[in-house]
Design a protein around this ligand. Structure first.
Ligand SMILES: [Zn+2]
Length: 415
């Protein structure tokens, strides 16, 4: 199984210069290739194959620009590969994946070394081609062969090395889902996760807590003269805060997904198949959805479930999980998003909205046939108007769409 280990590195001044060069060259080559593909398509209406781009880079571009020879040539080839992957992803699903963008020197920088990399745990260093013994904080060990090392620099100026390792760890096989060891989870903005066994995980709302300071720093930045050293200092301050927010967020999500997947009493997790992009398109919810980062939660939960042998069952996002009474099965149509709890008009049970939803999700998940489980991939359904085809074709779409944007409840959770 391939696993990536990310370490903070503290390159020497000399190594920093080399990194800066490599970042620049990789970015230059990437942007050059992207431009070449766009221009060729515009003039000749044809796609340039990867091999042709590579030959052109090695033979012509390198002759033209001597400084490209100063850096690891494999890293340059790899940035061409990355562009090719970006194109493939784009054509795989043009609705979900955006067209490849030009890389900017202001955003996160990175390059990859596919060969001759070494991690020395005794001395606490990482070695890559042309940069020997980069001081690193190797806070965790691994066993296995090093495949690649990706060096990156964040906008705040911190350096990291992500080491891809071919470990001998095997993925655990998941057992058949059983009622006893199944837990349903409901994601929400208020509490991030509510489980059907009564546990809740809070949303730390990291962005919201730092919003005031972020706004202040951004105002300060906007008053600095463009291109000045002071402006750059202000930019770094913002970048550091943003990194801090994102670190807090990741920390919380890792803790939650770890707890969920390392519970011996939980072998199956049922959850709603979320339309994260759709939710982000709703202006009322966008910020809190981004801050809660459901997308990242899902990614983490997916891979951790795979690693640790936990079944992950995704139920249809249109299933009425919130409005169904868990006791008698009555569907309460009038439930609004603002109602945090409700009483069933049929049997009189008082429900906590999220807990009831989590219990229903568990029920639905267990009832779903093995073939239906996890069939829907959330990342592949990005649009708000991805409702059944019938609705799209008969001219009611626009009306429907408007209704959707207006009501939070719909876009947020159709349940
Ligand atoms: Zn009821």
């Amino acid at each position: 199984m391939l696993r990536a280990y990310k370490y903070r590195i503290y390159p020497t001044d000399e190594q920093k210069v080399l990194f800066a060069k490599t970042f620049g060259c990789c970015r230059f080559v990437y942007n050059w290739a992207l431009n070449l593909r766009i221009e060729t398509y515009r003039s000749d209406k044809r796609t340039v194959p990867y091999k042709e781009i590579q030959d052109c880079m090695v033979n012509e571009l390198k002759a033209e620009h001597d400084w490209l020879k100063e850096v690891n040539s494999q890293s340059l080839l790899y940035s061409l590969r990355n562009l090719d992957t970006a194109y493939t992803n784009f054509f795989r699903n043009t609705r979900a994946v955006g067209f490849p963008k030009f890389k900017s020197r202001k955003s996160r920088q990175s390059f990859l070394c596919p060969q001759h990399c070494r991690v020395d745990f005794e001395r606490g260093t990482i070695t890559i081609p042309k940069a020997k013994d980069i001081p690193a904080v190797l806070h965790r060990k691994f066993r296995g062969a090093v495949k690649t090392v990706t060096v990156s620099m964040t906008p705040a100026g911190r350096y990291f090395a992500s080491v891809l390792v071919d470990t001998s760890i095997q993925e655990l096989q998941a057992a058949e889902p059983q009622e006893k060891t199944t837990v349903g989870i409901d994601l929400g903005v208020k509490s991030l996760v509510v489980c059907s066994d009564g546990r809740t995980f809070e949303n730390t709302k990291n962005l919201q807590r730092s919003l005031h300071r972020l706004a202040m720093l951004q105002k300060r930045l906007s008053r600095k003269q463009k291109g000045s050293a002071n402006r750059d200092k202000a930019r770094v301050k913002i970048a550091r805060l943003q990194e801090h927010i994102s670190n807090c967020r990741k920390d919380n999500l890792h803790k939650i997904t770890h707890t969920l997947t390392h519970d011996s009493q939980v072998r199956t997790i049922c959850m709603e198949d979320l339309n994260v992009k759709g939710m982000q398109r709703n202006h009322h919810l966008a910020r809190s959805v981004v801050d809660a980062s459901f997308g990242m939660f899902l990614t983490m939960l997916e891979y951790k479930c795979r690693w640790y042998g936990v079944n992950l069952i995704k139920i249809d996002r249109f299933a009425p999980s919130s409005k169904t009474c868990g006791k008698c099965g009555h569907i309460y149509k009038g439930l609004k998003l603002s109602e945090r709890s409700w009483t069933c008009p049929e049997c009189g049970t008082h429900h906590d909205r999220d807990f009831n939803a989590a219990c229903n999700i568990k029920e639905f998940g267990l009832k779903a046939l093995p073939t239906e489980r996890g069939k829907v991939k959330p990342v592949d359904c990005p649009l708000l108007d991805d409702r059944p085809r019938v609705l799209k074709s008969n001219g009611r779409m626009k009306q429907e769409k408007r209704g959707l944007l207006q009501s939070e409840a719909h876009a947020y959770r159709r349940g």
